[in-house]
Design a protein around this ligand. Structure first.
Ligand code: HXC
Length: 266
């Protein structure tokens, strides 16, 4: 596939016959605008994510940005022309949430600016890895608006009210280490190694059983939506259902036979 604003690559571990062991890497690529998320870019992104989500050779997706940004937010020049009635009637930016509908895990490898919609996109992913030069912020307040794709919601759940409130009210950015300390990201990795490490983590996930992987993602994400007792029930029912998969038989037999499991994602 050819896209105008993103690059897509399918990566596979060397000398491996793991079923569905590949990692799809999507690179946001509008370097002149710090990968600002114009409508056309987001359309490309959703399309590519869907194609990779349906690709049986791929077990995990990585989203990263080219140059010194992950994404510097929604495209301000495009957005500046919008009016209320049209924004409301078309539910502007609601399509971004399609990223959260992918069933395979998505790792955000944030190598630079993740601002506004860029930070929100990272938070729609399942794991955020920060390169040492990463910066996160919700600067919408400086433009006379507020975050519109999770910056007042997912950020609060990720780092708590006070820190999130400070970020959205001041527009100040936090660096990789601060994001790590706050619990926004799971690791800080040397910038040079970030993508390589993200893909390596992706391979590690892709070699597990694909049904269980998807259920992990679904159950963890349910924790943000449900009460504890509902969530525990949901988790237990999913756990039970995995005993209907071949991968459960294989995984447990392999352990008992002291060998590596050959998951077939069934
Ligand atoms: C459009 C952008 C852009 C953006 C940068 N550019 N961010 N274009 N939309 N969000 C463009 C600049 O206009 C410039 O183009 C080029 O990218 C390089 O940017 P500079 O500002 O020259 O770079 P630098 O001095 O290094 O500063 C980097 C920066 C700054 C701190 C990231 O660019 C910045 O503050 N950007 C805006 C960040 C922001 O406010 N994001 C939130 C957007 S609102 P030219 O042509 O001049 O070279 C949002 C709402 C989300 O995201 C709602 C979701 C539903």
């Amino acid at each position: 596939e050819n896209y105008d604003h993103i690059l897509v690559e399918r990566c596979f571990p060397e000398n491996s016959d793991v079923v569905g062991g590949g990692v799809g890497v999507i690179t946001l690529h509008r370097p002149k605008a710090l990968n600002a998320l114009c409508d056309a870019l987001f359309e490309d992104l959703i399309h590519a994510a869907r194609v990779l989500d349906e690709d049986d050779d791929i077990g995990c997706i990585v989203i990263t940005g080219s140059g010194k940004a992950f994404a510097a937010g929604a495209d301000i020049s495009e957005m500046s022309k919008r009016e209320f009635a049209n924004a409301y009637k078309t539910n502007m930016f609601s399509q971004w949430a399609d990223i959260t509908k992918m069933s395979k895990p998505i790792i955000a490898a944030v190598n630079g600016f993740a601002l506004g919609g860029g930070c929100e996109l990272a938070m729609m992913c399942d794991i955020i890895l920060a390169g040492s030069k990463a910066q996160f912020g919700q600067p919408e307040i400086n433009l006379g608006v507020i975050p519109g794709a999770g910056g007042t919601q997912r950020l609060v759940r990720a780092i708590g009210k006070s820190k999130a409130m400070e970020m959205v009210l001041t527009g100040n950015r936090i660096n990789a280490q601060e994001a790590m300390d706050a619990g926004l990201v799971s690791r800080v990795i040397d910038s040079e190694l970030l993508l390589e490490e993200a893909v390596k983590m992706g391979y590690g996930i892709a070699e597990k059983g694909g049904v269980a992987v998807r259920m992990c993602k679904e159950a963890v994400n349910a924790a943000e939506e449900m009460t504890l007792s509902e969530g525990l029930r949901f988790e237990r029912r999913m756990f039970h259902s995995l005993f209907a998969t071949r991968d459960q038989k294989e995984g447990m037999s392999a352990f008992l036979e002291k060998r590596k499991p050959n998951f077939t994602n069934e």
